[in-house]
Write a protein that binds this ligand. Structure first.
Ligand code: SAM
Ligand code: SF4
Length: 450
């Protein structure tokens, strides 16, 4: 690997070139892609949404399930032709697949120029300048915690009234099925002073809603004696002038503390929604998943959240077909869904991931059975989501108006509980809080009237 730290920046750094970024996976990647765009602006790249025009294509990848990983290879295959037609095109892969595969990716994809890992975003401008000179490079070394803290990337999104703010990175939970701790590294909490400064700056630019993001936000600060815990951080954010709404994702059920539950009762700016993945309703499966809570403990936390904020909307993640999941275990997952009545659920078929502990267990449920369970679960969830949405018809909801709807003839905003509402009004309302009456409910959205 080349020592990029010693490289001189190319003389064509000032010429404008076009960058196309494609993002796979979670909010962390969405946020990292914003940072990629901002970093590469510094060496003359401006963003395009048309890859056929690009001088540089970056795939920001996800490897949480095998399917997500395969998608990256098929996208790379698609860009091979482009690269043949335009030899100056630079192709880069970042994110979790890059971290996992490193140099192997460069070896197996001969037309790939750059591979950069999850701790190496800040090196991207130098890597790109080197690739402009014909180098092929891979940089996936994990950084030590001190360096990571100093390099914690600030948000770089532009415009909009709602923005992500990264508060922590990595994960120490080692759920037995999950690759995240291996590709994102150990958990680290960003300095609270920087978080608050960034949110203040956003508020001064017109941002009205922030979503605090991380793999496990509610363990924020637990390993950093000088930092507040997550509940105290929320209270600090709630004091920032101009910020009207606070959201966060993702939380781990074992780290839902009483002070955090109290925030839902006491902070009106904290939205009435929590994404709290259970992954399974069966104690035996939860133990094999190394989740650190039982079904009863999960349900107790849900009750406490419902009591603290009546009407709170709960969403979650569920995995079906984990090794050894019996029909009885799966029924427990279905019955957990009935008890919680999720507003929405992201559900996945278990996928074996390299290095994880579950990869040692026999993947003993047939693909057909896993698929069948997923379809049963999703069919029931669709009914519950629609019921939940219909129960809102006739209610008055406060929305933050976020922009023009997809169809282009209405505005849209989200309720405090994170349901999307389309309504007719004047675009000058974008950025304002409005009150609407819900008039119709659909599967994925609501219709409202001011
Ligand atoms: N940190 C979050 C948490 O603990 O809930 C989620 C992070 S993960 C990127 C998002 C979701 O992917 C998980 O909640 C889980 O449902 C799913 N997931 C992770 N590993 C998986 C695997 N090997 N197979 C299927 N789904 C998986
Ligand atoms: Fe993966 Fe578990 Fe960490 Fe979530 S908490 S990122 S599922 S290891």
């Amino acid at each position: 690997m080349r020592n990029i730290g010693k490289m001189r920046q190319g003389s064509n750094a000032k010429k404008e070139k076009l960058l196309y970024v494609e993002t796979f996976g979670c909010q962390m990647n969405v946020s990292d892609s914003e940072k990629i765009v901002a970093l590469l602006k510094g060496i003359g790249y401006s963003n395009t949404h048309d890859f056929s025009l690009a001088d540089l294509i970056i795939l920001n990848t996800c490897s949480v399930r095998a399917k997500a990983e395969q998608k990256v290879y098929s996208r790379l295959g698609r860009f091979k032709g482009l690269k043949k037609r335009n030899r100056r095109l630079i192709l880069g892969v970042g994110g979790c697949v890059a971290q996992q595969e490193g140099e192997r990716l460069l070896a197996s994809v001969p037309y790939l120029d750059i591979v950069f890992g999850t701790h190496n975003l800040h090196m991207l401008p130098e890597l790109v300048l080197a690739a402009e000179q014909g180098e092929r490079l891979s940089q996936t070394a994990f950084l030590d915690n001190g360096t990571r803290l100093d390099l914690f990337p600030a948000a770089d999104g532009e415009g909009g009234v709602s923005r992500f703010v990264t508060i922590m990175q990595g994960c120490d939970n080692y759920c037995s099925y999950c690759i995240v701790p291996y590709v994102r590294g150990r958990e680290i909490s960003r300095r609270s002073v920087e978080i608050i400064d960034e949110i203040r700056e956003m508020a001064s630019q017109g941002v009205r809603e922030v979503t605090l993001i991380g793999q496990n936000v509610n363990s924020y600060g637990l390993m950093s004696p000088d930092e507040p815990d997550f509940a105290s951080l929320l209270r600090l954010v709630a004091e920032v002038h101009g910020i009207k709404r606070i959201r966060f994702t993702t939380s781990h059920p074992k780290d839902i503390s009483q002070p955090l539950i109290d925030c839902f009762a006491e902070l009106p700016r904290l939205c009435g929604h929590i994404h709290l993945p259970a992954q399974s309703g069966s104690d035996a499966v939860l133990a094999r998943m190394n989740r650190g809570y039982t079904r009863r403990e999960y349900l107790e936390k849900i009750s406490a959240l419902n009591a603290a904020r009546p009407g709170i909307q709960i969403t979650g993640d569920m995995i079906v077909g984990f090794p050894g999941e019996s029909e009885a275990d799966f029924s427990e997952t279905l019955s957990l869904m009935e008890e919680v009545r999720y507003a929405d659920l992201f559900s996945f078929v278990y996928s074996v991931r390299p290095e994880t502990r579950a990869a040692q267990l026999p993947d003993d449920i047939s693909r057909e059975e896993k698929q069948l369970r997923l379809e049963r679960l999703q069919a029931r969830q669709r009914e519950m989501t629609l019921e939940r949405n219909r129960s809102l018809v006739g209610s008055r909801q406060e929305l933050l108006t976020e922009g023009v709807s997809r169809r282009g003839d209405q505005l849209f905003g989200r309720t405090s509980g994170n349901r999307i509402v389309n309504f007719s009004s004047d675009p000058s309302l974008i950025g304002s809080m409005v009150e609407v009456t819900i008039t119709r409910a659909f599967q994925n959205s609501l219709l409202g009237e001011i």
